[in-house]
Ligand binder design. Structure first.
Ligand code: HEM
Length: 415
């Protein structure tokens, strides 16, 4: 227990216990790039270095970019859309303004229309289907040896978003290929290698949009986007809808998969924690999900570009530079979180930046939480004896974080 000073008690703060189950000390790096092997393998080895160098310039990428890593700086920049603009994309390269990858007022217009499909009521209405899907996927596993990524955490969000978009089941595999290509293109210095799958995705969506314009009346998301109107009666052009749907695929698939794999990877690494969660799922699944989002955010950081020179901690970032806002490092800022490097089911609820902040706050956060809750609930109910079964690998884009493979097996306790 950490004793609380008396005045905090009087203010209503309660004592809490953090169960320390993760290594707390990371070696401090003497240098850093996000592309170093040890940083790719475990990004958190760099956070103490980044916090000590709070405006870091990475020259190993074209274009070079700055990184902000302290909670206060990242959250201030996220709120400051005037100086930290989203106009040229959320990735490390400059890309043309499109859809919600923009600033107010364009962003406000798009977001208001797309939000119509993501109301709490709309997400609630999907709940039973998502829970059923998680159980159906698990029913197909081979308990002796299976992969929690390939067999479970990857198909679920792709099926959910494809069903939302009204994509026929036989085209699901195309959507996975396309969403992977879109994410890889976003992080690549030269995205030309992904031009063909992206062109195929665009053509597929153009056909789907044309179909919905001819046959309105469905209840899928593309029909909703075709029909959506702002207060003054304006709607979305085909190319706008294309950009929005692509953003939903990029933003919503691999990230949700990573939330599930990251949470399970940490929990299964500490079997006592996993058993504890299985014994009290109602209470501890939401706690495990929020702690995983804080500790292992699936998006390590996204980018803004400076519209003017910005001086911070004695460093001047020139105008028109890409700046990575490092959510993951901010989520481990010791100024904000006690024992920031500890993964704990006893942490009191505290805001994290895994879904961003401000006007671009993740539109799919409630959907992601629903999907992760359904996945962890099904796993706790149907596979309480789950164990890690060998080493896992990470996904490749350097600014994302999740398991690409997560081999597991189930072992009944011996009588
Ligand atoms: C665990 C899963 C997820 C994580 C970690 C995540 C993370 C994020 C983050 C950090 C942002 C902020 C972007 C910025 O500030 O530039 C964002 C925005 C966004 N996310 Fe998510 N996301 C997740 C799931 C989803 C899902 C399931 C969807 C939809 C199907 C989605 C759709 C979006 C959209 C459309 C935006 C842009 C919002 C805007 O610019 O106004 N996300 N997400």
């Amino acid at each position: 227990m950490y004793p609380l000073p008396g005045f905090l008690h009087k203010m209503g703060f309660r004592q809490y216990r953090l169960t320390i189950t993760m290594p707390t000390k990371q070696p401090i790096l003497s240098e850093y790039t996000p592309f170093q092997a040890n940083v790719l393998q475990e990004p958190s080895v760099a956070y103490a270095y980044l916090h000590a160098n709070p405006v870091h310039l990475c020259e190993e990428f074209e274009p070079p970019f700055y990184t902000l890593s302290r909670y206060a700086d990242v959250s201030t920049a996220l709120r400051d859309t005037q100086r930290f603009s989203s106009e040229f994309g959320q990735g490390p390269r400059f890309t043309p303004p499109a859809g919600m990858l923009s600033n107010p007022p364009q962003h406000t217009f798009f977001r208001a229309l797309v939000q119509q499909a993501f109301t709490p009521r709309a997400i609630d209405a999907m709940s039973a289907r998502v829970y059923r899907l998680a159980e159906e996927l698990l029913a197909q596993r081979t308990p002796q040896s299976w992969d929690l990524h390939d067999d479970f955490a990857f198909p679920l969000p792709v099926i959910v978003i494809s069903e939302m978009l009204g994509v026929p089941a036989e085209d699901l595999h195309l959507f996975k290929t396309w969403s992977d290509a879109s994410v890889a293109a976003m992080g690549a210095e030269d995205p030309a290698a992904y031009a063909q799958p992206l062109a195929d995705l665009a053509q597929y969506l153009r056909n789907a949009i044309a179909d919905r314009r001819q046959h309105p009346g469905g209840d899928d998301l593309i029909t909703g986007l075709v029909a959506a109107r702002s207060e003054d009666g304006r709607g979305l052009e085909d190319e706008d809808i294309l950009s929005v749907v692509t953003q939903l695929l990029v933003g919503g698939n691999e990230t949700t998969t990573s939330l599930v794999t990251n949470a399970m990877w940490r929990l299964l690494a500490h079997p006592a924690m996993w058993s504890r969660m299985c014994a009290d799922p109602q209470r501890l699944i939401p706690v495990a999900i929020e702690e995983s989002l804080r500790f292992d955010p699936p998006v390590l950081g996204l980018y803004r570009n400076t519209t003017e020179a910005v001086s911070l901690h004695g460093v001047t970032i020139p105008a028109n530079c890409k700046v990575m806002l490092h959510y993951a490092a901010a989520n481990r800022d010791p100024e904000v979180y006690d024992h920031a490097d500890v993964f704990s089911l006893d942490r009191p609820a505290q805001r994290h930046l895994a879904f961003g902040l401000g006007v671009h706050f993740c539109l799919g956060a409630q959907l992601a939480r629903l999907e992760a809750t359904a996945c962890l609930s099904a796993l706790a109910r149907l596979c309480p004896h789950l164990k890690l079964n060998g080493p896992s690998t990470r996904i490749t884009p350097f600014f994302l974080w999740g398991r690409r493979t997560l081999p597991v097996c189930e072992q009944q306790p011996t009588a």
